[in-house]
Design a protein around this ligand. Structure first.
Ligand SMILES: [Mg+2]
Length: 173
């Protein structure tokens, strides 16, 4: 029985500052306070998982190894690592794994025995909200990254940043 509750996080513009196609650890800046907020979330019994489109790989801007080096630096700044699913597809040849498709979430649900109905998706773009909704999760739009200029009425909540989003989740549960 899948029973674990989780928070799915977009990476760029959500857990770290938006950098157009971030291709190098030197460009990584975690959102201030995100590491402590994630630690509090885990302390409260939540799993957390990164779900990220990385079309820069499909476009030939950077490699899978570059993507992983960025993750390693992000995890260092956050003070801990998270399971991460990425989709390298070019938008013009996208598979159902690419958000707003739910392929990556479905993999995470299987791999980690997550119940989507008890879970949340936090992201800075309309595609994140659409993906989370399609998977049956509650959703929070963060006002960092592209979220600063997104008018997204489909999300259950909006929050100034990922720290505020985690506070909403901990308050609602
Ligand atoms: Mg994003």
């Amino acid at each position: 029985m899948p029973d674990r509750r989780a928070v799915f996080f977009d990476r760029d513009g959500t857990l770290m500052e938006e950098e157009d196609h971030c291709d190098h650890p030197s460009r990584v800046r975690a959102i201030p306070g995100a590491g402590a907020a994630l630690a509090a979330l885990h302390q409260a019994g939540w799993s957390s998982v990164i779900i990220t489109n990385q079309s820069g790989i499909g476009r030939g801007y950077f490699t899978t190894a570059d993507y992983e080096a960025v993750n390693t630096e992000l995890f260092r700044q956050l003070g801990g690592s998270l399971p991460a699913y990425h989709c390298p597809d070019h938008p013009e040849s996208a598979t159902p794994r690419r958000k707003p498709g739910t392929g990556m979430i479905e993999e995470a649900i299987r791999d980690h025995r997550i119940d989507p109905a008890r879970s949340w998706f936090v992201g800075d773009k309309a595609v994140d909200i659409a993906c989370g909704r399609a998977a049956g999760c509650r959703t929070i739009l963060v006002r960092t990254g592209y979220g600063a200029k997104t008018s997204e009425s489909e999300a259950n909540y909006a929050a100034n940043d990922v720290v505020a989003a985690i506070a909403i989740i901990l308050e609602k549960e």
